[in-house]
Write a protein that binds this ligand. Sequence first.
Ligand code: MG
Length: 322
Amino acid sequence: MSSEFDLIKRYFTRTAPDGYLGVGDDCALLPIPSGRSLVTSTDLLLEGRHFLSDIDPFLLGHKTLAVNVSDLAAMGAVPAGSLLGLAVPDVDHAWLQAFSEGFHAFAEACGCPLIGGDTTRSVDGIVISVTVMGHVDPKTVLRRDAAVPGDDIWVTGELGAPDVALALLQGRLPHDAQLLAATRPALEAPQPPWRFAQRLGGVGHAALDISDGLAQDLGHILRASGCGATVYYAKLPIHPGVASLAPSVQHHAVLAGGDVYQLCFTAPSSQRERLHTMANEEGVRLARVGVTTTEPGLRILDDNGKQIILESAGFDHFGDRA
Ligand SMILES: [Mg+2]
């Protein structure tokens, strides 16, 4: 590799934590506590498809790791390390500096150090691949197929803001500087509840992170678990900036808007008090939004008990967000 592209060494190498072997050898080493299983996931992000070209590179660095840590959270795993593949058309030192700082800041915050990677020149546009690794107790790992009829359905954080911010940036909603300022942080700097999620194993039944919209993502749990659900719209944790929008715009943003990177999970009703305590201790907003049923299908009911019908159950602004 040309020294020009020895960017991992220049921008991405940090001192590895105790017990790790980080960037610099043929492979990296990371410790896994005994009795735990390795959990891993990878994600590919293309400029113009998964992120806008003019996004602040510090926020992009944060988001590329955060969306992967969100997947670890969805399994109830403890983050342990990450790998980065990065292809850029040109070496833009200011961009690389800011991107790496955003990545490292979140890596340090959630204990997911970058322990290896590779960089190269792309033909066109920026391509980013992140692989995260974590560990989990295999007996209490949160799977999509573990919901039981009668479970409470819970959502962390707030819904709706990322979709509204993106619609404003893309001109699908009329210009509104105040609304954009209120919703943009949720789109560009998602904060998955990784610490709360580590305590969810053995408490919750099934979980996933909301990346494609609540309705579609909850549908994955219901199909995998062979049950249905009733969700009460009035109980959903709606971002305050979204609450003032017209019902059709709001329903779409809340129920079908992607890029949320918060958890949707089910748990037996006996765990209500414990879940509220955990959420308070971890500073996480937690809402009980519905119940799983033996009757298949997802029913989302408004204040009058009338079913809300979405034009598209799964909304995907860029085409194929996984
Ligand atoms: Mg996921």
